[in-house]
Design a protein around this ligand. Structure first.
Ligand code: NDP
Ligand code: 2IT
Length: 449
């Protein structure tokens, strides 16, 4: 194990988040390797940590002032053992090869858990969507797709949204793909409803994360009704997490963006949520504007002098980190434990540091790791692909029922794998082991490719 981690670190010393994601999986799957020496003989770990293909390209575009701009575009095609590469695109200035490799690596195991035939990939750009006009977004997306189109396809690699890539961007990306390929296909998911999209895809990650938390609570004969919840982020995942929590009778008191967070003791109700959706999705504003309308709420800007995030330091029952990686460190995790949190469901990818995860698990919290808890998004992407292949659209109810079934199945799979390998109730081990076994068995079947 140490050898593999050394290998990964020596090859790409700067890719810290990738090392973090690999290390977590390696620790979880050690008992599987010990019991199945054939995996070691086949060098399965060495193969798993090396992307099948990495595409890196220039994205030139013209801003509204007529000034040329250049960004970097990426697509990591990580693993196609169980299906075409599948995973989102992230547009954010923090995007690097290492960030996308960690996300693509996580995606491989997550997609394996969904029960659907999808391999793992991720892509994006260091482009910053903040403050860009619709026209700038269109020119950027079109330029991005002018290169990406030759590497993807409905049976090869099917991108979708992630941070900074929502319905508007998927539209522009799809338009250029269709023009260049002369083909109307399901090459992207998260499409608009009247041009191949699926009902419930926008809601799926947030709803799925709440369904997963409800499943975890059931194991302790508890429900979400009447609980107080902390949610971070205020984008796609956070908004629909709040919506489903309200449906199930919970109260949500926080939301955030990268500049700060709001605390609304009286709870973010449906009217306030509608305001947030308008603020973030239409006006593309900042979360601090919330307190101008709802004056009883408190806004706290990010304080760089803090070594913890005060959002996680409120009395509550449930936590739904739904913004970004490593947003809960050891100190935050301890604050959550001290404040009586019983369940953590990760809407974001890898939002908790390894120190934080240890604290959750050692204190017996119900900890749902991102690759299980946020798998609802990619699951409904898979259902969008199915509907596209059938040339049919399913009803809202049908998709939502399938999403619920998938989240239930992922929960059960995690519990069973965790118990089978001696760590009952440890969803992190369960998710890593179950995803790993499915993917590596497919790799073994297909030989050294
Ligand atoms: P959005 O772009 O819709 O929203 C992202 C939110 O997170 C914004 O509130 C943003 O604030 C905040 N955020 C982004 N980067 C940072 C940062 N570096 N520090 C603090 N806050 C940050 O993205 P999504 O809601 O789609 O994604 C949120 C998380 O969920 C990500 O980890 C993503 O990988 C994960 N995820 C998304 C899925 C999907 O279907 N969309 C599926 C599964 C996981 P600001 O506006 O200031 O940038
Ligand atoms: O991290 C994720 O699972 C996503 N951003 C969604 C991927 C997808 O293909 O829907």
């Amino acid at each position: 194990m140490d050898d593999i981690l050394e290998l990964v670190k020596n090859k790409d010393p700067q890719e810290r988040e990738f090392h973090q994601a690999v290390m977590e999986v390696l620790i979880s799957v050690k008992p599987v390797l010990d019991q199945n020496p054939v995996y070691r003989q086949a060098k399965i770990l060495e193969r798993l940590v090396e992307p099948e293909r990495v595409i890196l390209f220039r994205v030139p575009w013209m801003d509204d002032q007529g000034e040329p701009q250049v960004n970097r575009g990426f697509r990591i095609e990580m693993n196609s053992a169980i299906g075409p590469y599948k995973g989102g695109l992230r547009f954010h200035p923090s995007v690097t090869l290492g960030i996308l490799k960690f996300l693509a690596f996580e995606q491989v195991f997550k997609n394996a858990l969904t029960t659907l035939p999808m391999g793992g990939g991720k892509g994006g750009s260091d482009f910053d969507p903040k403050g860009k006009s619709d026209n700038e977004m269109m020119r950027f997306c079109h330029s991005f797709m002018c290169e990406l189109y030759r590497h993807i396809g409905p049976n090869t690699d099917v991108p979708a949204g992630d941070i900074g890539v929502g319905a508007r961007e998927i539209g522009f990306l799809f338009g250029m793909y269709k023009k260049l390929s002369n083909e109307f296909s399901g090459v992207l998911t998260g499409k608009g409803l009247n041009w191949g999209g699926s009902l419930i895809r926008p809601e799926a990650t947030g709803y799925g994360s709440v369904y997963f938390s409800a499943e975890m609570l059931t194991t302790r004969n508890k429900t979400l009704k009447g609980t107080t919840c902390l949610v971070s982020g205020s984008g796609n995942v956070a908004q629909f997490t709040v919506e489903k929590l309200l449906d199930l009778g919970a109260k949500v008191v926080t939301l955030s963006d990268s500049s700060g967070y709001i605390f609304d003791e009286s709870g973010i109700d449906r009217e306030k949520l509608e305001y947030i959706k308008m603020l973030k999705n239409v006006r593309r504003g900042r979360i601090k504007e919330y307190i101008e309308k709802y004056t009883e709420a408190v806004y706290s800007p990010v304080d760089p002098a803090h070594d913890y995030n005060p959002l996680w330091d409120h009395k509550a029952d449930c936590a739904f980190p739904s913004a970004t990686q490593n947003e809960i460190n050891g100190k935050d995790a301890q604050n959550l434990v001290d404040n009586g949190i019983i369940v953590v469901s990760e809407g974001a990818n890898m939002p908790t540091t390894p120190e934080g995860i240890d604290i959750f698990i050692n204190h017996g919290l119900l900890y749902g790791p991102g690759k299980a808890a946020n798998a609802g998004g990619v699951s409904v992407s898979g259902l969008e692909m199915t509907q596209n292949s059938q040339r049919l659209n399913w009803t809202r109810e049908e998709v939502d029922n399938r999403l619920k079934m998938i989240m239930k199945s992922i929960h059960q799979t995690c519990l069973e794998a965790a118990a089978q390998y001696g760590t009952p109730g440890n969803y992190m081990n369960g998710a890593n082991i179950a995803g790993f076994v499915k993917v590596v068995d497919a790799m073994m079947d297909q030989g050294l490719v």
